[in-house]
Write a protein of this length. Structure first.
Ligand SMILES: C[S@@+](CC[C@H](N)C(=O)[O-])C[C@H]1O[C@@H](n2cnc3c(N)ncnc32)[C@H](O)[C@@H]1O
Length: 243
């Protein structure tokens, strides 16, 4: 069950290798359709500047990449460490009749195979819980964006108001594992059990405010953030600085 555990990023590769077949459907179902809203908000912060080339890190099955091509007409390069997720992305891209190409590249956010300032914009989604050093990973991603290029991210978050937090906690600790098992079997039960504690632990160590300061230290300016769906989602955005 743990063929990748000794590799860097082994846990994430193992977790996601069994998910691509039902990922898009169950991702929306188990988030009550909120994931689609959060993605739209993320992309709103990218489209304004009419980018020509966008990098989508942790592209997974390519849902964000496809929407970015449709909304901007830009060329999108999707990077991910889990090949089975990208095979699913490839099959979606092939049937989509897109006006601009999506290039899919197997690679790590921590060590991107691109030159400095290669992209006009950067998006990344649900990434930081899977990397050992979010600050170093952020610096690496910022490196490949041209000065002035927009950057936006989407992550899960923990609701802060007591009542919302309680509802979220009950949902993630009890409903999600059971619903995952019923709809997707053993692999999704495992994801359902993992997700809530993983989100709580991440924000115990790296708060949204810490993340905002970390972004600024990585060389971006005008950092903004919006908590969405009672605080269960977090969209952040910024622009790469000039120096
Ligand atoms: C929850 S999925 C999100 C996929 C997609 N962005 C979406 O919104 O549907 C997280 C993705 O991050 C990828 N991932 C995890 N760690 C990574 C890393 N260090 N570098 C690149 N991709 C990574 C996983 O393989 C997985 O496909």
């Amino acid at each position: 069950m743990r063929p990748f555990s000794n590799e860097p990023n082994g846990f994430a590769r193992e977790l996601f290798s069994g998910l691509p077949g039902r990922y898009d459907f169950l991702g929306e179902l188990l988030s009550f359709g909120q994931n689609a809203r959060w993605r739209r908000e993320l992309i709103d912060h990218i489209v304004d500047v009419h980018p020509g080339a966008i990098l989508d890190v942790a592209t997974g099955t390519g849902g964000v990449a496809l929407q970015m091509v449709r909304r901007t007409g830009a060329t999108v390069t999707g990077v991910d460490i889990t090949e089975p997720m990208m095979w699913q992305a490839q099959s979606k891209v092939s049937g989509a009749g897109l006006a601009a190409p999506i290039f899919l590249v197997a690679g790590r956010a921590e060590q991107l195979p691109f030159d400095d300032n290669s992209f006009d914009a950067l998006a990344f989604t649900y990434l930081f819980r899977y990397v050992a050093d979010p600050a170093a990973t952020m610096r690496e991603m910022v490196r490949v964006v041209r000065p002035g290029g927009p950057i936006a991210s989407l992550e899960f978050h923990v609701p802060e108001r007591r009542l919302f937090w309680l509802g979220w906690w009950l949902y993630t600790r009890f409903v999600l594992p059971v619903a995952g098992w019923i709809t997707g079997g053993r692999e999704w039960y495992r994801v359902g059990r993992f997700l809530g504690p993983s989100i709580s632990e991440h924000y115990r160590v790296y708060s949204a405010e810490w993340t905002s300061r970390m972004w600024a230290q990585a060389g971006v300016r005008n950092v903004g953030m919006r908590r969405m769906s009672l605080g269960a989602g977090l969209v952040m955005w910024a622009v790469k600085g000039d120096g």
